[in-house]
Ligand binder design. Structure first.
Ligand code: PGA
Length: 258
């Protein structure tokens, strides 16, 4: 147990389904009706859906005032203006989103998003009342060179420097080792716990209260058969689910493992 965890109320679990650029309206309807049908979602688990932009309005409508949460996978770092093809934080907020991913490794790698850009997106999301989910993780090569903590510390520090530690009171963190995303090769619960404890301690070094309350999700090949072992770890507060979130039954099982 890290210093940050003493005397803290238990954190709720958050299970988020990141669809990436997959799926369609029929899948959205199927997943939402499946989740809403079942009354046995554990009380301590919040479920967050992150469908592609075009389905956000439909998702908001289908969710209505039910217990599911809605968020987006990306946003512009600009508030508004002539940025063809971009989507602003205010637009997401108006559409019913409460959360948004920033710094997903696919954005960092495929769209060359720097730590500084990720920090801007984090700040602009919060300005519109969205909770940013800051994703961090090391590549396979960095993992082999035992640079995990160096990389995570750098990615985290860039946002702390820009937004201030107080901003983390309304943010979520996600540890997603790049080598585990979409590969079927999840980090072991012990490996993941070790990195999560490091992340929490890094926050605790600046603000113990925020460290104790912030949710840190694990992502990277979470499936029904490994979710419970991951989620039970002291510093793992749920998951960011990619592939398995596209199957209503698997996603439901993972939510129930929280
Ligand atoms: P995965 O993706 O579950 O398919 O590994 C996780 C993510 O990219 O968020």
């Amino acid at each position: 147990m890290t210093n940050a965890q003493q005397d803290q109320a238990p954190r709720r679990q958050l299970v988020a389904g990141n669809w990436k650029m997959h799926g369609n309206a029929a899948l959205l309807r199927n997943i939402i009706s499946n989740l809403l049908d079942k009354e046995d979602l554990p009380e301590q688990v919040d479920v967050l859906l992150l469908p592609p932009f075009p389905y956000l309005s439909l998702a908001a409508e289908l969710i209505g005032d039910q217990r599911l949460l809605l968020g987006a996978q990306n946003l512009s770092e600009h508030e508004q203006g002539a940025y063809t093809g971009e989507v602003s934080a205010d637009m997401l907020s108006e559409t019913g989103c409460g959360y948004v991913l920033v710094g997903h490794s696919e954005r960092r790698e495929l769209y060359a998003e720097s730590d500084a850009l990720v920090a801007e997106k984090f700040v602009i999301a919060q300005r519109a009342g969205l909770r940013p989910i800051l994703c961090m993780g090391e590549t396979a090569e960095q993992h082999e060179r035992e640079l995990t903590e160096v990389i995570i510390a750098r990615q985290l520090q860039a946002v702390i420097d820009r937004a201030g530690i107080g901003a983390f009171a309304t943010a979520v963190l996600a540890y997603e080792p790049v080598w585990a995303i979409g590969t079927g090769k999840s980090a072991s619960p012990e490996q993941a716990q070790q990195v999560h404890a490091f992340i929490r301690q890094t926050i605790a070094d600046v603000d113990a209260r925020i460290a104790g309350q912030i949710q840190i999700l694990y992502g990277g090949s979470v499936k029904p058969d490994n979710a419970a072992d991951l989620f039970v770890q002291t510093d793992i507060d749920g998951g960011l689910i990619g592939g398995a979130a596209l199957h209503a039954d698997q996603f439901m099982e993972i939510c129930n493992a929280g």
